[in-house]
Design a protein around this ligand. Structure first.
Ligand SMILES: Nc1nc2c(ncn2[C@@H]2O[C@H](COP(=O)(O)OP(=O)(O)OP(=O)(O)O)[C@@H](O)[C@H]2O)c(=O)[nH]1
Ligand SMILES: [Mg+2]
Length: 194
């Protein structure tokens, strides 16, 4: 079976019963969630990258041939969203994230150059409080100059309580081997671990 876009979920009623591990991507609008999915799946534009960010309020399910679902979520912190759309967004994310035994891994994407925003830290604390399994992913590494990296990393680590991260770039494909290893371990239930 091939990797394919499965469906968009606008409310919890449209959610299918769980059949495979689910990996959710969260992060602010424009952080690079859709680009991350394209790079991870080696597809040019399976997940749409947007010049009009934060538009759709849906969870977008991609079924990956290895046997898991990748779920692209709308970005948070999108200023131009109407109050009604912001409410829809919060309801959708909160309902989905609250489902027991549903999400196997949350990938929290943070822009390497920008560092964690207030919204990123709210999300991080939410994930910690709810004890959800998550991994911090730094995006757009190609945009951070070598000379700035150490300083930037120190700032990011300080704000994110020293939680480990994976540095990635959808441009150069940096870091995706590590992400794939993490996912492989997750879907084999750690059976390959020594
Ligand atoms: N240089 C560089 N640009 C990137 C990278 N990842 C994403 N971008 C660019 O950043 C912009 C936003 O990327 P998206 O993948 O659409 O971001 P998103 O998080 O899906 O945004 P929303 O769907 O609006 O929440 C696009 O112009 C991408 O081309 C990267 O690793 N390097
Ligand atoms: Mg997107």
């Amino acid at each position: 079976m091939e990797t394919k876009f499965l469906k968009s979920v606008f409310n919890m009623k449209q959610l299918d019963p769980k059949t495979l591990p689910e990996i959710l991507l969260v992060g602010r609008s424009n952080v690079g969630k859709s680009s991350f999915i394209n790079a991870l799946l080696n597809r040019k534009n399976i997940a749409r990258t947007s010049s009009t960010p934060g538009k759709t309020i849906s969870l977008n399910y991609f079924q990956v041939s290895d046997g898991y679902f990748l779920v692209d979520a709308p970005g948070y912190g999108y200023a131009k969203r109407s109050k009604a759309m912001q409410d829809d967004f919060l309801n959708l994310m909160n309902s989905y994230l609250s489902l027991p035994n549903r999400i196997d891994l949350v990938l929290l994407l943070i822009d390497f150059r920008v560092g964690p925003t207030e919204d990123d830290l709210v999300m991080l604390n939410y994930l910690l409080e709810r004890k959800l399994n998550f991994q911090i992913i730094l995006t757009k590494a190609d945009k951070v100059k070598m000379s700035e990296r150490v300083k930037k990393l120190r700032m990011i680590e300080e704000k994110t309580y020293g939680i480990p991260h994976i540095i990635t770039s959808a441009e150069t494909k940096m870091g995706y081997n590590k992400v794939n290893e993490l996912i492989k371990e997750l879907i084999t239930g750690g059976q390959n671990e020594k």
